[in-house]
Ligand binder design. Sequence first.
Ligand SMILES: C[S@@+](CC[C@H](N)C(=O)[O-])C[C@H]1O[C@@H](n2cnc3c(N)ncnc32)[C@H](O)[C@@H]1O
Ligand SMILES: [Mg+2]
Length: 444
Amino acid sequence: MAAMFSPALHRQRHQFVIDFVKQHKPKKVVDLGCSECSLLKKLRFHREIELLVGLDVNGAKVKKHMYGLAPISTDYLQPTYDQLCIELYQGSVTQEDARLRGFDLVTAIELIEHLTLADVGLFSAVLFGYMTPVAVIVSTPNSEFNPLLPGLRGFRHSDHKFEWTRAEFRSWALKVCLDYGYEVAFTGVGQAPQGQQESVGFCSQIGVFHRIGGRNGCNMLLDDDADDVFSYTLLYSIKYPSLRDNNTLRRVLVSEVLYSAEKLKDRWLEEKTGNRDGTQCQTEEGRDEFLSELCMEMEEQQTAYVEQMKNPWEQCGRSVSNDEEEKYDEMLETQGHKHQGPCTLRRFIFFLCAGRYVSVPLAVLWSCCPKVCALSGSLSNLRHLLMGNPEVKLSQDGSAVLVAHQEQDQEEEDVDNDLEDSGYAGASHYSHSAEQEENWEANV
Ligand SMILES: C[S@@+](CC[C@H](N)C(=O)[O-])C[C@H]1O[C@@H](n2cnc3c(N)ncnc32)[C@H](O)[C@@H]1O
Ligand SMILES: [Mg+2]
């Protein structure tokens, strides 16, 4: 049978769901009879989905495949602002469970034919009468197509309790709509050979149900929570890393800050001294030369960045309202991202070479590292997010990141410790006052 369809029929069924998801952008999706979780594995890449749930009566099968839904390393290394939670349950679609109520989309792909007719009645009541999702996609074999399947005798699978004609499927679906307030459209996947499509229909027939009245079409949320039933067993639950989660944001920001500070330090040492020993780099001319080059580079980065920041939602795949766009433009304007030339940036650059550390002001990091800027949002937020983090060494007043710049022997380390103890790294005249920074923040 696999050779009859291209792509394979099971792929076409899943693609049908994916196309529906792309069009309707549901946030909460349940797959009933999720089996080997293969549809869930595809759906997790759809960023609009925030909660993805799978249910199957066969817990062993789910357990065998559920780890394939775990985040992969890039999800940890480059998290986005998208949020995704995946939950898998063992349980029967004939039983109610409050955790599956109020979803945007429920799919039941090749499930109902595995239920006895009595159970189909219970399933209909649970799905349409209790779970009351906004939309439902049900697929099931179309028995009229069976004569076209080479070598098939009886049902398509030994566990099938029935296989319906188009009329039988239709009559079940229309009754459900009447009973529970839905409307349905019929379609399918798996085309019959030319000329026969009319007479036999699709190989897999599909009903797409929408609740009449949409999201507000039922008063389920007014129900008393005390009646909530929990009959399923949770097998797996995972929350994907998201920049909306403060710990994840902090972790990503810290690694970006450390990387950028290190790069800035290297540039500074190389350009200013011509070698990597920071002790000789205190001349005014050296610094000016370095500054003007860095400023030019920053200006280029800023331009690219402002372009990118014009519509940060584009990256999230979300459309933006005019209102949001205006607000964002306003924010860019007040933060001075627009029309900001190298001259304004010049005053932020002030490196200090003290003992084994180069002090990289947070203001420099914030204004010339687009990612640091985007992740933190403001200079004071950047400071706040870095404070108390064991991986980042800040100057005493918290205005700069201290980056080690020498391989050191014990003697040097002792000297450095003395310097630090005396407050040199933070309290010297090279550092910035909190007041200065507030000023920058207001003007940048
Ligand atoms: C043909 S498979 C489903 C295929 C899957 N939906 C897909 O598209 O890849 C049918 C699944 O329904 C599950 N199932 C059967 N009766 C069930 C019930 N009462 N409640 C929940 N799942 C059930 C079976 O364990 C099986 O995994
Ligand atoms: Mg089946």
